[in-house]
Design a binder for this molecule. Structure first.
Ligand code: GDD
Ligand code: MG
Length: 336
């Protein structure tokens, strides 16, 4: 069976980190985000098809050198075709019933159990669904038992028909391709699902964890969820003897950490954290943070430097950016 990963979005909501890297390769717990989707795939999946547009070369080169344990085909869209168009564009690579995943979501779905559910229902498609407190920014389903009665993408605030959202996890029969026009941009969620509801779509609820990771807020939730599921740790060659660590944290290789770090902090390789405070944040490789600086709920790109006494909150700092001493950044996007 094929698994198609739609991973071609521009990643605008993670800019400036996505100016120089495709969203699929943005590190999450120090691994390209897309790799988290490939953890624990059943043997039934013998081929992974990655549908990309923006950053095609980088994704192709990554999969050429990474051994992910199964055949991987990276397919380029000539131009962004939307989530539906991206599927249509890989039709020639699909041989039968197939799975499709949004590339920017992490979860603990058991694809084998999902497949059993799909076969039992015998519909053209099954959608994984997940309850969230505020469904407005998602696709929302209205159910009749396990059948989807209505699908609404990004309903206006207060008008969501339920709190169950489209988890970005699908199993389809190849007939789904008849419902997607070729050669133009098609949104699976806005155009195709409303039509497929009439044919019959089943909603699959599952357990464990789920989070979108495509915005600053959801990225940090995804990171926290993964750390809480036991994926933290401190690399043996990193020095945290003088640090005060609040678990869970993940500290990469060759870091020197002196300050208060955690909870829910990820440090890439070669980071140097002075007597500073870092909480609920991810710092990519080779970031330095000077004494008395404070970083909260933020992402800091590779090689960036945070000056003494600077305060960075709810912000995304681009690769290589130097934040001056005593700067005050809140809800900022800073590129070099
Ligand atoms: N190949 C390709 N081409 N991929 C695309 C394109 C495109 O033109 N546009 C978007 N994608 C990929 C994105 O990279 C992402 O992995 C996935 O398709 C979903 O697109 P997003 O832009 O991230 O959509 P969203 O987060 O606003 O909403 C989607 O995900 C929610 C769950 O996180 C929808 O599927 C919602 O219904 C869903 O609830
Ligand atoms: Mg998304």
């Amino acid at each position: 069976m094929e698994l198609v990963i739609v991973a071609g979005g521009l990643g605008t909501r993670l800019r400036p980190l996505t100016f120089h890297r495709p969203k699929a390769l943005v590190p999450l717990l120090n691994r390209p985000q897309v790799l988290h989707l490939l953890d624990g795939l059943p043997d039934a999946v013998d081929r992974v098809i990655v549908a990309v547009n923006y950053g095609y070369e980088a994704v192709r080169d990554f999969f050429r050198s990474a051994d992910v344990g199964r055949e991987t085909v990276v397919v380029k869209e000539p131009e962004p075709l939307g989530t539906g168009g991206a599927l249509k564009n890989v039709e020639g690579h699909v041989r039968g019933t197939f799975a499709a995943f949004n590339g920017d979501v992490i979860d603990a779905i058991d694809l084998e159990a999902f497949l059993r559910f799909h076969r039992r229902h015998g519909r053209i498609g099954s959608l994984g669904v997940w309850p969230v407190p505020d469904p407005a920014g998602f696709g929302v389903v209205e159910l009749d038992g396990e059948r989807i009665r209505r699908f609404v993408e990004k309903p206006p605030k207060g008008q969501a028909p339920s709190d169950l959202v489209n988890a970005g996890r699908y199993i389809f029969e190849p007939e789904v391709f008849h419902f997607i026009e070729s050669g133009r941009e098609v949104s699976l969620e806005r155009e195709v699902f409303p039509r497929l509801v009439v044919e019959g779509l089943a909603a699959y609820r599952y357990e464990g964890y789920w989070s979108d990771a495509g915005t600053l807020t959801t990225y940090l939730v995804a990171q926290a969820v993964l750390l809480d599921s036991g994926r933290g740790g401190i690399a043996g060659d990193s020095d945290t003897a003088r640090a005060s660590i609040a678990d869970p944290v993940l500290v990469g290789s060759a870091c020197l950490v002196e300050g208060a770090v955690g909870p829910h902090v990820v440090l890439g390789d070669g980071c140097r954290i002075g007597r500073a405070t870092v909480a609920e944040s991810a710092l990519f490789d080779h970031v330095s943070v000077d004494d008395k600086a404070e970083i909260r709920s933020s992402l800091v790109g590779a090689g960036a430097a945070i000056g003494e006494g600077a305060r960075v909150v709810d912000s995304i700092i681009g690769d290589g950016v130097q934040v001056p001493p005593h700067a005050r950044l809140a809800d900022a996007r800073m590129k070099g």
